[in-house]
Design a protein around this ligand. Structure first.
Ligand code: SAM
Length: 240
């Protein structure tokens, strides 16, 4: 029966694709992927490009998700793209939708899935998990994200710094995702929340790509040059 599969393609290294993801990509009639505009490449698609069998001539559809915080524009975009997916599945095609990392962590998939479940309740939809950027990073720098009774907080960009300060008081590990350009704002807040200077401060950018940057130091050692400047960045700060 034709259906839709949301696939987590992992953090960027094609060797971190799951066997199940590769099989689903091979079996698809149509491969869909997100991009921020027509002229920009889809990062999720680039991760799987080496496993796509070109002789199959699978249709590739780039779904456009503009980088905006305007709720109305976002909702209209999710609706439009969910409809494009639904029409292909209902016409009898096997469709896969690729997403970076795992589909259920800050992914456009979440909104598509919700819309499809609501408006096309009979559609066959499944999800293949992917390796999350946080754990790829942990493996590369050799830090545990949590052990024993430690608590972890995951914070996306555009921080509400007052809530970060409160959360930091009760967490042993703080993980910051989505946009390295904001990381400088949290250093002071973490110190004020009682994170000591010897806390691990590990920062990564473009993991799994040839532009990968990884730095591991302590909170007390951080300076402007330590920080990353790009959206595809991750910061882990951990009490020792
Ligand atoms: C929209 S979220 C998607 C998270 C993704 N679903 C996951 O499971 O990791 C995008 C953010 O994830 C992090 N990220 C994902 N892949 C990354 C990579 N290869 N290198 C660095 N950060 C990455 C960055 O913080 C980026 O801004």
């Amino acid at each position: 029966m034709p259906g839709l599969i949301g696939i987590g393609v992992g953090p960027g290294d094609p060797e971190l694709l799951t066997v199940k993801a590769v099989k689903a990509i091979h079996n698809a009639d149509i491969i869909m992927c997100p991009a921020s505009n027509e002229d920009r490449p889809s990062i999720a698609l680039s991760v799987v490009s080496s496993v796509i069998d070109k002789s199959k001539n699978q249709e590739i559809v780039k779904l456009i998700f503009p980088m905006t915080k305007d709720k109305d524009v976002l909702k209209a975009t999710w609706k439009k793209n969910a409809k494009i997916m639904a029409e292909k599945v209902l016409s009898g095609k096997n469709v896969v939708y690729l997403t970076v990392g795992d589909p259920y962590l800050y992914s456009t998939w979440i909104y598509m899935h919700r819309d499809l479940e609501e408006n096309y309740p009979d559609m066959e939809i499944s999800v293949i998990p992917g390796i999350v950027s946080i754990f790829t990073f942990a493996a590369k720098v050799g830090i545990s994200i949590a052990e024993g009774s430690e608590k972890v907080a995951i914070i996306p960009s555009c921080y509400d710094l007052s809530s970060v300060k409160e959360i930091a008081k009760y967490s042993e590990t703080m993980v910051f995702l989505k946009d390295g350009r904001y990381f400088d704002q949290v250093i002071k807040v973490l110190k004020e929340s009682g994170f000591p200077d010897d806390s691990i401060f590990a920062i990564g950018q473009d993991l799994g790509t040839e532009n990968e940057i990884i730095r591991k130091l302590t909170l007390g050692e951080v300076n402007d040059e330590t920080l990353t400047t790009k959206y595809f960045s991750i910061l882990v700060v951990k009490r020792v």
